[in-house]
Design a protein around this ligand. Sequence first.
Ligand code: NAP
Length: 479
Amino acid sequence: MTDTPTQLFIGGAWADAADGATMPVDDPATGEILAHVADAGAKDAQRAEEAAVQAQEQWARTAPRVRSEILRRAYEIVVERTDELAHLMTAEMGKPLAEARGEAAYAAEFFRWFSEEAVRIDGGHGVLPDGRNRMLLSRRPVGPCLLITPWNFPLAMGTRKIGPAIAAGCTMILKPAPQTPLSSLALAAILKEAGLPDGVLNVVTTSRAGEVCEPLLRGGRIRKVSFTGSTNVGRLLLAQSADAVVRTSMELGGNAPFIVFEDADLDKAVDGAMVAKMRNMGEACTAANRFFVHSSVAEEFGRRLAERMGALVVGPGTRDGVDVGPLIDRVGRAKVEELVADAVERGARVLVGGRTPEGPGCFYPPTVLVDVASDSRLMDTEIFGPVAAILTFDDEDEVIRRANDTPWGLVGYVFTEGLDRALRVSERLEVGMVGLNTGLVSNPAAPFGGVKQSGLGREGGRVGIDEFLEYQYVAVPVR
Ligand code: NAP
């Protein structure tokens, strides 16, 4: 902690906010203040923009191999410092150390993946159908980018954007969430150490997101915004991007259905549910939000899930043996409490959990609700906490209709041993990703993203770099 930077990172140098403002970062397990970091305002945003704009041309001309090797080196440093970074994430975000180590590995992998993609940006050459012109096709960086990240995966949400931006030859300003700025500042220090030229990455930590970001989006010099966060904020940023016709990538909220058919292997389904629900204490956009379980197996599934959930150890993420850390803050926990109270009022039964513990920290116990009514608020609200809400169904068409009856479409989980049904249901779900007999879909080599109001574009996979590239076509007459 003592070595973690707490200042803004602009033009390759560390600096205080122009008005000297700072903001506290606290530990959600204890409420204690961990550090005060620079709290950027509009002037700092302008300086970061200037640095990114100035660095763009030279960076775009830098050989792909050089960009690739910077990313490769950064990958190695993140892996070497897994433990240190994991402690930082646990301190500012709360997840148990084992999960934080897992996130460090996942985050590093985006740097390795995009170090490999940086040298595979291709183009094309050919004679056009009329025979009179040739086409030279090249791909160029879109230009300076604004990257906005949430607090739930403080390191990986950063590398998932920074990796492809560096690989494509874009410069950038990263604005992390105010709850978890330390991981992003640590990442900036790592990239500097890995040899990233000054101005390519700038980090502005701030509690004044609107003041910092809106002028950047409307100003005409930032050419791209890549955002991960809630659908409401995404919608606002899309509107702000319209003036200067800024390219957008949006990784927004989810409301994942988790469907267990009568022919499912219940061991696999319960294992999958534990991952899809409990990864990151349920604070994941991919978290299973609505469990639809066939009525013939619902009781057994609920009983087994409640047993597993009830056995999890809740406590500070730094403590050995802890499975479930605190939620991010009191606001996040209050939302979970309200959603559970609302479901219970409408007839849900609590099989396990459901009671906020006394004492400091934002803890909430793993909870299983059964007999949940379809009009409960948690059916159309991201719970973002360790609460599994179980409903029953009897018919395939019916469950697909109910699963799709939401404005979101990030991910769905399907458990069945029937191949035909597995493929048929996957095809009919209105989602960008499907976990088929698995509760984990995230992988740097796969395109991550949603349909409907869950977003625009994809991160990771072969297509992840496309979000940061433009085509240029040159017409050359055939003589
Ligand atoms: P959030 O409130 O939308 O905030 C996300 C980021 O946007 C934060 O850095 C936030 O900073 C910033 N922000 C808020 N208002 C802004 C504005 N007017 N201009 C510029 N930036 C602004 O979301 P969150 O609560 O941190 O994260 C949870 C949400 O993220 C969930 O909905 C989850 O599903 C989604 N998520 C999606 C994915 C995905 O890949 N699809 C991955 C992870 C999380 P401030 O806090 O200072 O406002």
